[in-house]
Ligand binder design. Structure first.
Ligand SMILES: NC(=O)c1ccc[n+]([C@@H]2O[C@H](COP(=O)([O-])OP(=O)(O)OC[C@H]3O[C@@H](n4cnc5c(N)ncnc54)[C@H](OP(=O)(O)O)[C@@H]3O)[C@@H](O)[C@H]2O)c1
Length: 280
């Protein structure tokens, strides 16, 4: 029996068990996917003991992603740039870590708007938290002409850009001041919200989309609600949109393949299964 799990704190709300259990059933794989509450200070020891307990690996959620990065003996270049991992597996006695959040976002963008990287190459990314960090490198790998960041707190954004410059010194990145983002929209054709604004219980992101060109895509990584006020506004302007749920589904693909030996598919049935379990 192959086994994996998600760790974090709290971990009760994590949606990974729903996803992976769906695929295990779908493909008739004798496997198990659980969850365990682990505090950051216990992550290293927890991971060292996992193979002996019969686990092939795990997902890592907040607040354990940085501690898990430091507990890994090998990490992918993506994870090293972020100093955070969300997917762990074991190979020849080594602990490997990757960060698949941004890959998930880009895979969803490819699936819904194929060819976007030829037509929508001026990207404005709102936010500078964990979500923004995850998206930066996978977006840069698609060679945008411009990747601008805008964030309420300049300090946090400055740190993100400094880290990015270390791994991608020639990347076409710059800053749009938070107060200037409405006026700057005419220069962009892919806008991505990675702030928590618009999430259930939070105020909406205030953004005037009227200057965006007609071929622009507006994306949100928030997925509760599935249609955020930002996406609703983009739709009513006739713009193309991308919701945050696809990122969650696609980021799980590499882990499942490593642990259970089959590359799973992100299907409408999987999406419907997760949507049915989202808060109304
Ligand atoms: N779809 C997915 O798979 C996926 C994956 C990861 C995260 N998410 C979602 O993405 C959202 C952000 O997650 P995260 O991990 O990046 O969070 P985080 O690290 O806490 O970052 C939060 C971001 O939101 C900004 N923000 C929060 N309140 C704000 C306000 N009132 N005005 C302006 N900016 C504000 C913060 O700006 P400051 O720096 O100024 O505080 C920061 O940029 C959450 O809703 C999360 O559920 C989705």
């Amino acid at each position: 029996m192959k086994r994996a799990l998600v760790i974090g704190s709290p971990v009760a709300q994590a949606r990974s068990p729903l996803l992976h259990s769906f695929w295990l059933k779908e493909y008739g794989i004798a496997g198990e996917y659980g969850r365990e509450e682990v505090q950051p200070e216990h992550v290293a020891e927890f991971l060292r003991n996992l193979p002996a307990r019969g686990y092939a690996g795990c997902n890592v959620t907040i607040p354990d992603k940085e501690a898990a990065f430091h507990a890994c003996t090998h990490t992918t270049s993506r994870a090293s740039a972020l100093e955070a991992v969300n997917t762990i597996w074991f190979e020849n006695g080594e602990i490997w870590g990757d960060n698949t959040d941004g890959l998930g976002f880009v895979a969803h963008l490819d699936a819904v708007h194929p060819g976007w990287d030829e037509t929508n190459r001026h990207i404005l990314l709102l936010g500078a938290g964990g979500g923004a960090r995850g998206l930066a490198m996978p977006l840069l790998e698609r060679k945008p002409l411009r990747l601008a960041f805008s964030n309420r707190s300049e300090d946090r954004l400055g740190k993100l850009l400094a880290d990015l410059k270390k791994v991608a010194p020639h990347a076409p990145v710059d800053i749009v001041p938070w107060d200037a983002k409405d006026g700057a929209l005419a220069d962009f054709d892919l806008v991505i919200n990675t702030t928590s604004l618009g999430m259930q219980g939070k105020e909406p992101l205030s953004l005037d989309l009227s200057r965006l060109p007609a071929h622009a895509i507006v994306a949100d990584i928030v997925y509760v609600p599935l249609e955020t006020p930002l996406l609703a506004a983009a739709k009513s302007r006739g713009l193309r949109t991308l919701d945050g749920l696809g990122m969650l589904l696609h980021q799980a693909v590499p882990g499942f393949e490593k642990w259970f030996g089959r590359k799973p598919e992100v299907t409408e049935a999987l999406r419907a299964h997760i949507v049915a379990h989202l808060p109304k």
